[in-house]
Design a protein. Structure first.
Length: 186
């Protein structure tokens, strides 16, 4: 892998500099086969910050309802709309790993409404078109809409965190290519 220059505002927290609670957390993650990403290594300077920003518990609940593909498109749409390199690239990798052939691809109605809703959350949550809410209510219960919105807000928060602190792209993502034109037109 190519060694790149860091532009991060805060250097990645190194294992030897972690307090015992954080080390224990990192060890457990690594033992379970879960990555400790650059965003996580930055957040771990403050365990309360990490806990506040933790994304996967709500994302995993949404995945149980709509599946990985729809969640990944939703998060990808939000991240590309926010122009967050780290999160856009991460979700592009997840979509690529699903081996989707975009030249033979059609979005489901659920994916379309999630993409539209995600873009609306990013661009101006105060003025999301009423038709998007109608489409959400056609597909989802109130409980599910709350979960979808929470995942979207957590994704936006992750985007803002990464961009504000200029968190470096993780090395395993260096070679991932993405094209936000794979999403349906606005």
């Amino acid at each position: 892998m190519t060694n790149r220059v860091s532009n991060s505002v805060v250097p990645l927290l190194q294992y030897e500099d972690m307090n015992p609670e954080v080390r224990e957390f990192v060890d457990a993650r690594l033992q379970s086969g879960t990555r400790v990403t650059n965003m996580v290594k930055t957040l771990l300077y403050s365990m309360p910050s990490f806990k506040a920003m933790e994304f996967y518990p709500v994302r995993n609940e949404l995945q149980k309802i709509i599946g990985s593909r729809a969640v990944y498109f939703y998060c990808y749409a939000i991240s590309t709309e926010n122009e967050c390199l780290v999160c856009s690239t991460y979700h592009a990798k997840l979509l690529r790993d699903l081996e989707i052939r975009f030249d033979e691809f059609e979005f489901t109605e659920i994916e379309k409404v999630l993409i539209d809703y995600g873009r609306g959350l990013v661009n101006n949550a105060n003025s999301i078109d009423a038709s998007i809410y109608d489409r959400l209510r056609e597909q989802f219960s109130s409980e599910e809409i709350v979960l979808i919105t929470t995942v979207g807000c957590k994704m936006i928060a992750s985007n803002l965190f990464n961009e504000a602190l200029k968190v470096d792209l993780d090395e395993y993502l260096f070679e991932v290519e993405f094209d936000k034109n794979i999403l349906p037109a606005k």
